[in-house]
Design a protein around this ligand. Structure first.
Ligand code: AMP
Ligand code: MG
Length: 351
């Protein structure tokens, strides 16, 4: 057991300075700091120290072939970490860094294989959250960070979620309040002729294509992985983002979906199962009488923001089964459905 310190960011400038010094000391000594970013909370360690990477995998309970993302605070910090930067990647960087975009490059020899899950490539992101940027700058090393949850669970969007999963396993939690976006970064492979999306996120395929002319999506993104598939992003092959309850997604017209969910929920309740329903704000009334959570308004970013919190709340309430609407209509729909589909173990019913 490690004693986990909890610090609140932005209480005062003096406090911020003290906390940054503490984070620097921990990171330079090979320790672990959970920190807020604009996407989700990250679990950071010194990305050039193989021992720190090993600790990250251990704290998360994560398979060590699932690589980490290196977080930097300026473009100069990128050069020593990668072997080449295509022209289109420079354009993407200029437009979207700092921000919720991760790029996968051929790695330079200074990046240890322990950080990249044994791969010859390295994923790099420059977060825009002021606490993350200041912490990385102060540490003076690239900060390796996956999401700060136990492997397989929904990513943390508040410091309390980090504590639930990692208290006693890490050195410090930097509490910056609830995050802004709520879904992990868009991951783009920039090792080929055109960018390829390996994980959808806030930044869409259209955003990328309109800037650099073309953008592909890796076939493994929405498909259920099979034994023969060796995905580019190793994380793709694992069950992810999942609540403890059995989650099923229903797709179709809102009225028909609601009718089917109500029927199934009534049956599950009769069988003595604790039953939860997840729907858009606009449809909450369709589920009156059931334990329903609204994930937020459609086409607003609210569903992306609230999704992981809702899944964690169902866990806390001891739900056995969850029935969810599909949220493809939301402006962040592709990314939301990518996470929700994995959380459901690809269990989708069309009505
Ligand atoms: P997390 O954000 O916690 O899910 O962790 C980072 C994710 O980034 C991993 O699960 C991978 O899917 C992806 N990733 C990191 N490094 C690479 C890489 N070199 N190539 C492809 N994907 C990567
Ligand atoms: Mg993760």
């Amino acid at each position: 057991m490690t004693e986990t310190i909890w610090e609140r960011w932005d209480v005062s400038p003096e406090e911020n300075r003290r906390i940054l010094g503490e984070c620097r000391r921990i990171l330079r000594a090979g320790g672990l700091v959970a920190f807020p970013t604009e996407t989700v909370y990250g679990l950071g360690g010194d990305g050039l120290n193989p021992e720190a990477s090993r600790k990250i995998y251990e704290a998360k309970g994560r398979p060590s072939d699932n690589p980490l993302i290196l977080h930097i605070s300026s473009e100069e910090e990128l050069l020593p970490l990668v072997r080449e930067i295509p022209e289109y990647a420079k354009k993407l960087m200029d437009a979207f860094w700092p921000g919720p975009m991760t790029m996968v490059f051929p790695k330079s020899p200074i990046v240890p294989k322990e950080t990249t899950g044994g791969l010859d490539t390295v994923a790099i992101r420059m977060p825009s959250h002021p606490a993350a940027a200041a912490m990385i700058r102060e540490a003076g090393v690239p900060v390796a960070a996956p999401s700060a949850n136990r492997s397989g669970r929904p990513s943390p969007t508040e410091a309390a979620h980090v504590a639930e999963d990692l208290m006693g396993r890490i050195d410090l939690i930097l509490d910056g309040g609830p995050v802004e976006i709520g879904l992990e970064s868009t991951i783009i492979d920039v090792t080929g002729e055109v960018p390829v999306i390996l994980r959808p996120g806030y930044l869409s395929r259209e955003d990328i294509a309109s800037l650099v002319g073309a953008c592909e999506v890796d076939p493994a993104v929405l498909k259920k992985p099979d034994a023969n598939l060796r995905p580019k992003a190793p994380g793709m092959k694992y069950r992810h983002y999942a609540p403890k309850a059995e989650l099923t997604i229903f797709e179709g017209a809102a009225g028909a979906v609601a009718e089917e969910i109500r029927k199934r929920a009534a049956e599950a309740l009769k069988d003595g199962k604790k039953t939860g329903i997840l729907c858009a704000f606009e449809h909450e009334k369709l589920y009156e009488g059931f334990a329903v959570k609204d994930a937020g308004r459609m086409n607003s970013g609210e569903i992306a923001h609230n999704l992981y919190r809702c899944l964690r709340e169902f866990d806390e309430e001891g739900a056995d089964v969850i029935f969810s609407e599909s949220f493809r209509q939301d402006s962040l729909g592709a990314a939301v459905m990518n996470r929700l589909t994995k959380a459901a173990g690809y269990h989708i019913i069309k009505v």
